[in-house]
Design a protein around this ligand. Structure first.
Ligand code: SF4
Ligand code: SF4
Length: 464
């Protein structure tokens, strides 16, 4: 494997510095033409992103938000995909100063048995979830790759009356190509790994022990994942550790690197903003973006990579989540707990970070519906083999929305039948009536309407 990472072959710090010096001279007309380009859904180069990150003035910022809203609306429509994290082990050998699971934080650690995983999954399924993100700390003794494989098999083997967990994404520590092959063979959805911060000196300051303290090994994890056959990877930055402008550019460079080397960039980008946690040192976060900065950076990412899914967790408040959804977020978690075994036992013990949106899954689904947003439980692409470059081709041609909306409506109809009461079902019928005409193709609209009727009479797991 190439020796990426040294002297910034992927993330060249000096290059980023020069980029910002140059971007500071961007003229107003150039900013306008960058925004015109974004408005044509063409995405942006990292040079153009740098110019927008340094832009100021309320008029430009307003236009950034209005273009982000337009892209969100036209590419993703009124749907939002739902998922839930499932924490299976909080054993960890790393010392990441910002995290409640760091190895020097003393608390009673827990790893779920396969039976306990079944119980957690049963609770998640009873909430209506079909898409999970499996989360575990790094500990080769207590949480080896075999345990993750067993956990995945356990989840996929579970069968429920209303349907199964249909997609399990995995968020585990950077590992070897061999282990990525094993994860791929175990049928994972997206492999998720946050770089936390791309700024090497900051990375080294906040990761003070354990294998994760190796910046290069962490940064090249997606290269090994792709070489191991995983073609959907989800990146993220923990905003707050270093200057968000640097982090956004580094995210772009990382994605461009993967696209160049393997033909496919990030499938998703997560944008967690640092939160306090028991046992964590929030003082390491000297660069927490304000709400205004955070909204602007999310909008700029939306402009830059219009076809990449964007995810927020329950770290953000309900009010912020509402604003973030309107300018670009396409996936949110709901009714989440960030504790091992937390779905069966909601009593708070040790968590990775504090949750700001504590609403239940049904409250979140209700809230989205009130906002006329369609909560979607779709997992169709992964199950139809639309992953990696196949997915990207469909996304970049703009044709993905022709399947997202029908799938959103069908999965919502299924949710209404299986997890809700008559009053909710009436609301869903109303929402379906509003959105069905938005399906452009006559044939697809007809098929969706027919499938919804089939779902009402007992059919399940219909998708296109
Ligand atoms: Fe362990 Fe991950 Fe927390 Fe670091 S961030 S201490 S690797 S669980
Ligand atoms: Fe996601 Fe594909 Fe479903 Fe659209 S159709 S919501 S891209 S899984």
């Amino acid at each position: 494997m190439k020796d990426y990472g040294f002297n910034g072959q992927i993330i060249d710090h000096e290059y980023i510095k020069k980029l910002f010096t140059k971007a500071a001279d961007t003229k107003k007309e150039e900013i306008e033409s960058i925004l015109d380009k974004a408005e044509r859904y063409e995405g942006l180069t990292h040079e153009e992103v740098a110019a927008l990150l340094l832009s100021d003035g309320s008029k430009v910022t307003e236009r950034i938000f209005s273009v982000a809203k337009k892209i969100k609306q036209n590419i993703y429509g009124d749907r939002i995909v739902m998922f839930a994290p499932l924490y299976i082990s909080d054993y960890c050998v790393n010392k990441c100063l910002y995290c409640g699971f760091r190895c020097d934080h003393k608390f009673e650690r827990k790893k779920l048995s396969l039976d306990e995983i079944r119980k957690e999954v049963a609770v998640l399924e009873s909430m209506g979830h079909k898409r999970l993100a499996l989360e575990a700390g790094e500990d080769p003794q207590n949480c080896p790759i075999e345990y993750i494989e067993d956990a995945l098999k356990t989840i996929y083997d579970m069968k429920f009356k209303q349907g199964d967990i249909r997609r399990a994404n995995v968020n585990i520590a950077a590992t070897t190509t061999e282990n990525y092959k094993r994860l791929h063979n175990a049928g994972i959805g997206t492999y998720i790994l946050f770089q936390e911060t791309y700024h090497r000196p900051t990375y080294e300051r906040v990761h003070v022990g354990g294998p994760k303290s190796d910046y290069n090994y962490h940064l090249t994890a997606f290269d090994r994942a792709m070489q191991g056959g995983i073609d959907d990877v989800g990146a993220g930055v923990l905003f707050g550790l270093y200057d968000y402008r640097f982090e956004v550019i580094a995210l772009m460079l990382h994605s461009e690197h993967l696209e160049r080397e393997y033909g496919v960039g990030f499938h998703t980008v997560s944008v967690p903003r640092i939160q306090k946690a028991d046992g964590a040192d929030i003082n390491v976060a000297q660069h927490i973006p304000t709400d205004e900065e955070f909204l602007k950076l999310v909008a700029i990412i939306r402009l830059a990579v219009p076809y990449t899914g964007m995810i927020i967790s329950t770290r953000e408040s309900a009010e912020m989540r509402k604003k973030l959804i309107s300018i670009g977020i396409s996936q949110i978690s709901g009714g989440s707990t960030v504790e091992v075994g937390g779905y069966q036992n909601r009593e708070k013990k040790a968590n990775q970070f504090e949750v700001a949106d504590n609403r239940s899954m049904s409250e979140i689904v209700d809230w989205l519906m009130e906002e006329e947003v369609i909560p979607s439980f779709c997992t169709a692409c992964y199950r139809s083999g639309r992953t990696g470059d196949r997915f990207m081709q469909l996304a970049k041609s703009g044709n993905i929305k022709n399947v997202c909306l029908p799938n959103a409506l069908m999965t919502l109809a299924e949710y209404a039948q299986d997890y809700a009461d008559d009053a909710f079902r009436a609301k869903v019928d109303k929402l379906i009536k509003i959105h069905l005409p938005n399906i452009k193709s006559d044939a697809m609209r007809k098929k969706t309407a027919e499938n919804i009727e089939k779902i009402k009479s007992g059919k399940r797991d219909l998708y296109v």
